[in-house]
Design a protein around this ligand. Sequence first.
Ligand SMILES: Nc1ncnc2c1ncn2[C@@H]1O[C@H](COP(=O)(O)OP(=O)(O)O)[C@@H](O)[C@H]1O
Ligand SMILES: [Mg+2]
Length: 302
Amino acid sequence: MSVLDIVDVSHAYGPKKVLNQVNLRVGAGQIMALIGPSGCGKSTLLRAVLGTHPPTFGQILVGDCQVTAPNRDVGIVYQHYSLYDFLTARENVAFGLKLDQTSTPFRVFNYFGWRKLRKQHLEQADDFLQKVGLGAARDMYPNQMSGGMRQRVAIAQALIMQPKILLLDEPFGALDEAMREELQLMLLQLYAENVQAREENRTPPHTIVMVTHELNEALFVSDRVVGLSQYHADGANGATIVYDRPAPVFKPDEPKDISRFVEQKEELIRCIFSAQFQHDHLKFVTFWDELEKQHEEAAGSP
Ligand SMILES: Nc1ncnc2c1ncn2[C@@H]1O[C@H](COP(=O)(O)OP(=O)(O)O)[C@@H](O)[C@H]1O
Ligand SMILES: [Mg+2]
């Protein structure tokens, strides 16, 4: 089932051509890393999916609806967290539900109704804080938390709205290595929830597209790595997808041993950063074919 369809998307800022015929389909439950040279148009692509900056050409569909403006099907978390300093972690996480489900007159004139709903919102917020490993920090204020904790609260804040797809634009970029690791483990936990949902024949709940500039991180946290780059035959007209392959899947308790995947990492570096390999980039855009092959093999084996 596809959650996001990017169809023939090109984008220019005035005369400056940034994106060139980008095509990308993301399935439910995929955690996809998007990487590429700085300035190649990754954020531009995310803003198009978010709906704040529709592309010059092409279409973007989220769950079969064309995106023309921001809407609650798409959530986003940026590098710099967006929490309210005067609200606790759980109040911050519950805040979106309050805006979405109530109005000021409702809260004033239906005080008891609001109190009851408020309690539900806060309980839901606690569940989502639990998911990001912050159950114990629910009453802390942002200035009492580390950068990594704040960023996880921001992610819980986005997840509670249950968007069809969550976009993360270098969400860990400003953090030190230890905090990045905490967040990476959190993503593996979300991925494990997806795996469990599939086993129980439910739709996996978390579909995530994450921009990162760290190749190890891309291979570690995602099940699919997509490279956007201007290094291809028609690069003068902007960046396109030059790499799209499955990534190794780690379990949350598995050691982060990326050395097993050096070959894939080198392949990725060549495709994305090297003009030399620009003529045969479609050789590396094979995610869906490889996925099909994996399914066939799984079905064929006893
Ligand atoms: N609002 C804008 N107006 C003009 N040029 C822009 C604007 N936003 C981004 N750009 C340019 O478009 C290119 C792609 O930017 P961006 O999507 O932010 O890249 P990335 O996220 O991959 O680093 C860059 O060269 C940037 O300078
Ligand atoms: Mg960017």
